[in-house]
Design a protein around this ligand. Structure first.
Ligand SMILES: Cc1cc2nc3c(=O)[nH]c(=O)nc-3n(C[C@H](O)[C@H](O)[C@H](O)COP(=O)(O)OP(=O)(O)OC[C@H]3O[C@@H](n4cnc5c(N)ncnc54)[C@H](O)[C@@H]3O)c2cc1C
Length: 392
């Protein structure tokens, strides 16, 4: 039985492992973190197309059972004026819309499935280097241990070690000029927002929120900052973030200031970066999937869903093609155009989120957006993103 070493236990790693096992491969997952992180990453949108992949793993229902179904995004100006509604799923079919879940829940659903399938998932295994031999590949980990397999799949995220092992000249992620800061709140009396997530084009910073049936508010702000490094962001305390956000959003409409007054628990802050046009997705016995080769900023709500699509696509090629080299080439051929389209789309959305505009610029944006969004609720131009299904 051929064996695949899978580096990274985020989204793409466990999904690839589950599909490859079905294709008759022995698989093992190696994750750098010492244990699953219950908080890490706040929450994310799993789009209709990502749900279609989870469906084929039998995991859709469990994921959705603790999610906020969200087929619509309601756009609001910084003065509280409704700007329009954008579908978050196929425009004519809200029942197949996307779902917002805590990231830790997505990880738990995937991890439980991996354990139930009897797949070995090692935590505390940070890949340091890869040794390529003619007949196999050997992974060397920070704790001194090694593992060998027929192929190695890099599902190690945007800072991928595997990407640079494939090509030392691979490009690095590009900053979007935005920092995403987010968390959870509970505002007394605030009504749930079933089926909807609100996006507020504040004068000084972009803000998104939804209210679950039990009153929990999921919120994030996209703060414009072109220069902050990951270390700069890490150095800011939660209290300091709250102080900054309350100032940036003080004049925004209800309930934005109230959400920031009632924050519960930790705050997460991440630089929003993306990665595209990586020239080589594979070499020899090495291949990479998900954010490791194409990271999109969250503005498209598609990063996790693309990672899930990569998983099924790669495993299907390894099941059907004559050898791993043909499979890797077929996988890249199928996936590259779609991944690059989504990254470009998210970049276009980010241009409206960055606050570089004067008061006049903001007034013009708020005047133009309703015209632009008037027919957005029934706009089918993005349907192909959501309706994409890769059948096992
Ligand atoms: C703030 C924020 C909000 C987001 N919102 C959304 C959203 O709404 N919708 C959406 O679809 N996507 C969203 N994304 C993007 C989404 O999280 C990613 O696209 C998705 O997680 C990619 O999955 P992955 O498995 O490729 O990478 P990851 O989920 O990043 O997993 C990579 C894993 O590899 C591990 N790893 C790294 N290096 C090593 C190593 N050397 N050895 C072993 N293990 C290693 C990491 O610890 C990690 O567990 C968001 C991202 C951010 C930062």
């Amino acid at each position: 039985m051929p064996k695949a070493l899978i580096i990274g236990g985020g989204v793409a790693g466990p999904a690839t492992a589950l599909f490859l096992q079905r294709a008759g491969w022995e698989v093992e997952i190696f994750e750098a973190h010492s244990a699953p992180d219950p908080f890490g990453g706040l929450f994310l949108n799993v789009a209709t197309n990502g749900l279609a992949v989870l469906d084929q793993l039998g995991l859709r229902e469990r994921l959705v059972s603790d999610g906020h179904l969200c087929p619509r995004m309601v756009m609001v100006s910084g003065r509280g004026r409704p700007l329009g509604v954008v579908p978050n799923g196929p425009a004519a079919d809200p029942a197949r819309g996307s779902v917002v879940v805590r990231r830790s829940w997505l990880h738990e659903v995937l991890h439980d499935a991996v354990v139930a399938a009897g797949i070995c998932h090692r935590f505390g295994a940070r890949l340091l280097r890869i040794e390529e031999r003619s007949d196999r590949v050997v992974a060397h980990f920070a704790d001194g241990s090694t593992a060998s397999g027929d192929v190695l799949v890099g599902a190690d995220g945007v800072g991928s070690v595997v990407r640079t092992a494939i090509d030392p000249d691979a490009p690095a992620p590009a900053s979007s000029g935005l920092i995403s800061v987010g968390g959870f709140s509970r505002v007394p009396g605030l009504e749930p927002t079933p089926g909807e997530q609100y996006m507020v084009f504040g004068a000084k910073s972009f803000f998104g929120y939804l209210v679950r049936d039990d009153g929990t508010v999921y919120w994030f702000a996209n703060v414009t900052d072109r220069n902050a490094s990951r270390d700069d962001i890490r150095a800011v305390s939660d209290d300091e973030w709250l102080r900054r956000l309350r100032t940036l959003h003080a004049d925004d409409p209800h309930p934005v200031p109230q959400i920031l007054e009632h924050v519960e628990g930790e705050i997460g802050a991440y630089p929003l970066a993306d990665l595209t046009h990586v020239p080589h997705w594979h070499r020899g016995r090495l291949v990479a999937v998900g954010d490791a080769v194409h990271a999109t900023s969250p503005s498209a709500g598609q990063g996790a869903s693309l990672a899930l699509e990569d998983a099924i696509s790669l495993a299907r090629h390894l099941r059907d093609d004559v050898d791993h080299e043909q499979a890797f080439a077929g996988y890249e051929h199928d996936r590259r155009p779609r991944a690059e389209e989504v990254v470009a789309y998210a970049r276009a959305v980010n241009r409206n989120k960055r606050v570089t505009k004067s008061k006049l610029g903001i007034a013009m944006r708020d005047a133009m957006l309703p015209l632009f969004l008037r027919s957005a609720a029934s706009d089918t131009r993005n349907d192909h993103l959501y309706n994409h299904v890769i059948r096992w």
